[in-house]
Design a protein around this ligand. Structure first.
Ligand SMILES: [Fe+2]
Length: 411
């Protein structure tokens, strides 16, 4: 049963708290300003849009417009006159006449922070990293996703794309229209200066980028010169005739990070390598078109989450700028050693896989996690595909994997 343990009116309005005891005897403390800010009553939280209507900053905190001290005093008085009680196992905060907030025990537990009483929410599948051996197992033993069964198989397909960082869709008509249809089922097609929708190109240098040539392209992620690189990419080879080559290679950077982390646990120089890769910003540019020059220098090669998981990789040796973002966090020697080691690992055949794309078989992959490369080729090769937004992919995937009420309760 929920009960009130204590109420502490501190000197500052921002530090006044209430401590409650939840089922099982666990105690947790909330700041009164936090509870007022996060009231879940329909007058405070729009029942349909799930957006906050209440505004503590322009409401109670600004009731006295004659300075911070008076505003603080005014709200502190409001809090000291407020009443708190447990009613039908809910915490009721009566801030003033006609204004009350009610919080269920479930809400209090799932939003507790001092201390946190809930386990971390996992609405997305756990990543499964792979090397060349594991890739073969995943592809040969896993489910086959066929175009005629879309969209019924879409939830499982998207879960696999997220889990492994790639997926194949087979028996797709070798057309732009079908490629667009598959793209839009997975996410939203992101327009770029290359193309406003699904792109379609051959080696005609229609754009000043090596992708539009017959040259081989080393392992890379796309769009490193943007602040927001494409979340996913989709490839569909429509035709390759009168020639050979053009094989695709992909490598799982999440696996490479595991390898580097293991090495860094045993060797100081690899520890420095990991630090360089995760902390030193590296600049990238795209300046082939006369009308535009894209450049950014804010991000390291590997952006890691607070829990130490890879969030995003940015790597393209062709697009790497000579300018070092200042101030340098490491010596130039340590930076080059780290880049050399990273490049060696992503081009190690035990880590990457190589295969031929073919008409009717779409490859979709996580452009923040999986690097791709292309061998040089001869003949006529026509490839179409798309850049897909990551946020929309993740939002749809959460919708597939988790009950909506559970999702809303975790916001
Ligand atoms: Fe690319």
């Amino acid at each position: 049963m929920l009960s009130i343990e204590s109420i502490d009116h501190a000197d500052s309005v921002f530090n006044s708290t209430i401590t409650v005891q939840c089922l099982g005897g666990c105690k947790t403390t909330f700041h009164l300003i936090y509870l007022m800010d996060n009231c879940v009553a329909p007058e405070s939280l729009h029942p349909q849009t799930k957006q906050r209507i209440t505004d503590v900053f322009n409401g109670p905190l600004m009731e006295s417009r004659s300075g911070f001290a008076n505003a603080n005093k005014c709200v502190q008085q409001l809090f000291s006159e407020s009443q708190f009680e447990i009613h039908e196992n809910e915490l009721v905060c009566r801030w003033r006449a006609g204004q009350a907030s009610q919080f269920s025990e479930e809400w209090l537990v799932s939003h507790s922070y001092l201390p946190k009483l809930y386990s971390d929410h996992h609405f997305l599948p756990k990543w499964s990293t792979w090397d060349s051996e594991k890739f073969k197992h995943v592809v040969n033993e896993g489910p086959i996703y066929n175009y005629p069964q879309l969209p019924a198989i879409l939830p499982d397909l998207m879960k696999d794309i997220y889990t492994y960082g790639f997926g194949f869709i087979e028996k797709v008509p070798a057309t732009l229209e079908a490629t667009k249809e598959v793209s839009e089922l997975i996410s939203i097609v992101r327009p770029t200066h290359y193309d406003l929708g699904v792109w379609d190109f051959t080696s005609d240098l229609a754009k000043n980028d090596t992708a539009y040539t017959t040259l081989g392209i080393d392992m890379h992620t796309d769009g490193n010169y943007w602040n927001e690189p494409p979340g996913l990419q989709l490839f569909h080879l429509l035709e390759h005739s009168s020639g050979s080559g053009g094989e695709t290679r992909i490598v799982d950077v999440a696996k490479v990070v595991e390898i580097i982390s293991d090495l860094s646990n045993e060797d100081e120089s690899w520890k420095t390598t990991l630090q360089v890769l995760t902390k030193q910003p590296i600049a990238f540019h795209q300046a082939g078109e006369k009308e535009s020059c894209f450049t950014q220098s804010q991000f390291p090669i590997l952006t890691m989450s607070r829990s130490g998981q890879l969030q995003q990789c940015r790597w393209n040796n062709s697009d790497r700028s000579p300018q070092f973002p200042q101030p340098l966090l490491f010596s130039v020697g340590a930076i080059y050693e780290a880049l050399f080691r990273f490049n060696t690992l992503i081009n190690d055949p035990t880590n990457y896989v190589q295969f031929q794309l073919s008409p009717g078989k779409i490859l979709v992959f996580d452009n923040w996690r999986v690097l791709h490369a292309r061998n040089s080729f001869t003949g006529y090769r026509r490839l179409c595909g798309s850049y897909l937004t990551r946020d929309d992919f993740l939002a749809r995937l959460r919708g597939f994997t988790t009950d909506r009420e559970v999702l809303l309760n975790a916001l």
